[in-house]
Design a binder for this molecule. Structure first.
Ligand code: GCO
Length: 433
């Protein structure tokens, strides 16, 4: 008989544990002029007309999302959640939940609208955000690259070109010189594995992506550039703030064998190799923590009759979220235990659920924090948990219909409303602190 929750927590996480929520500029700010905003309108019709074929039978309740998913406006970010103008209100929401940290990304296209020209007003804006967080005793965690790029980047070779290391390091240095004295936590790059898949290996996580291609040679160049760029960006951050803690926010999936056969085994090893082993093995001495973005497990089952189904988000064994991903809290225990071999602190930089009715989110958060706590007791050095996301937001090329937020956003009025699950998160923060 499981013990009542209150006696299960026999000691809190580390005293200065980061309890936060996360966002990304493209997904919440609004009013952007980057490679996504320049592209998303061009695919909105195709994504809307293709929604039924893409999602019916995959998501648990097609009828519930049909109206939004078949609306072309759903796929164009425009004002998004207007976080650019409403961040103070949003930080008050964070404070009311009891969060002591907030992860957000700096939009590169605002800072460097033209190659080599840096906008001091854009830096002023992000410094004002940092000051507003500090005023509320909320620690900022800045992500320097969360998928989006200035429109000029491709002319300079993009992320697969040889110029990116200098170009991105220059950008990182400009931001660090302005903010690193006030910001101790940094993610250089968000989910390089997802960017590799979506930009260079033909996609698979989202239905569309700017300049998507199947080009493994460029993909390999990209991954090598990620390693160099991370090291250089961490160096320039530490030049300003030697005590800064700098990591990469890694998208990590708990890959499990769906069938014991050599082909499935080999495919699972390959899926785990790039984001997990290739990058981490090359940057482990240049990291202060490993960021863990965990959402799901996937069952790996080689199937020559269904080549697209070698890795299944819907394992057939788990309750599904609104996007048809299996909910599997033990996976966060598994992925954090596996990372123990790097002997680095771990911060869960993202963990969340698309749950429009807010009927699954409270249990999702509670079960994942409980699994994290077990991992902490079993030796993983876990330093923080950022729920994805603070606000319902623009879920890349699925648009606005997935609702990940602790707060809903009225798309017309931009009014925020905390969901009941936010109170559960608030209670858990108290219980585990
Ligand atoms: C990320 C993600 C977020 C997503 C979230 C849900 O990799 O950081 O892309 O931006 O919105 O993971 O998919």
């Amino acid at each position: 008989m499981p013990q009542p929750k209150s006696t299960q927590v026999n000691k809190p996480f580390l005293a200065d544990f980061l309890w936060g929520a996360a966002t990304a500029a493209q997904q919440v700010e609004g009013g952007l002029d980057n490679d996504w905003s320049a592209w998303e309108t061009s695919v909105s019709k195709e994504l809307a007309s293709g929604a039924k074929a893409r999602l019916k039978g995959v998501v648990p309740d097609w009828d519930a999302i049909k109206e939004e998913a078949e609306d072309t406006n759903n796929y164009v970010s425009r004002k998004s959640a207007d976080h650019y103008n409403r961040y103070e209100e949003d930080f008050d929401l964070l404070k009311s939940i009891g969060c002591n940290s907030y992860r957000f990304s700096i939009e590169w296209s605002r800072i460097e609208p033209k190659r080599g020209e840096y906008d001091s007003k854009a830096l002023d804006h992000y410094e004002a955000m940092v000051d507003a967080l500090i005023e509320r005793s909320i620690k900022p965690m800045i992500t320097l690259h969360h998928f989006t790029n200035p429109t000029w980047l491709e002319e300079y070779g993009g992320w697969h070109g040889e110029n990116i290391v200098d170009i991105f390091t220059n950008f990182s240095e400009v931001v660090a010189r302005r903010l690193a004295n006030k910001v101790d936590y940094w993610c250089t790059i968000n989910e390089p594995g997802s960017y590799l898949l979506q930009r260079y290996l033909g996609g698979g996580a989202w239905p569309e992506w700017p300049k998507i291609e199947m080009n493994p040679v460029r993909g390999y160049s990209y991954i090598k550039n990620v390693v160099k760029t991370h090291k250089e960006s961490r160096r320039v951050i530490k030049n300003t703030n030697p005590g800064a803690k700098v990591g990469i926010a890694h998208g990590l999936i708990d890959f499990q064998l769906g069938r014991l056969d050599p082909v499935s085994w080999l495919f699972k090893k390959q899926l785990e190799f790039i984001p997990d082993k290739y990058i981490l093995n090359r940057v482990k001495h240049d990291m202060d923590f490993i960021g863990v973005n965990y959402y799901m497990r996937m069952l790996v089952k080689a199937s020559f009759s269904h080549p697209a189904n070698w890795a299944l988000k819907n394992t057939g064994q788990d309750i599904l979220n609104d996007m048809g991903w299996g909910i599997y809290p033990d996976g966060i225990y598994n992925v954090t235990q596996k990372l123990n071999r790097y002997n680095l602190p771990l911060i869960v930089t993202e963990n969340g659920i698309p749950d429009a009715l807010d009927t699954k989110r409270a249990k999702f958060i509670s079960d994942h924090i409980e699994a994290l706590f077990r991992s902490h007791k079993d030796g993983a050095d876990i330093r923080g948990y950022f729920y994805w996301s603070l606000l319902d937001n623009y879920e890349w090329s699925e648009g606005f219909w997935p609702k990940f937020g602790l707060a809903s956003v009225d798309r017309r009025t931009m009014e925020r409303t905390l969901k009941p699950s936010a109170q559960e998160y608030s209670k858990l923060i108290k219980e585990y602190s």
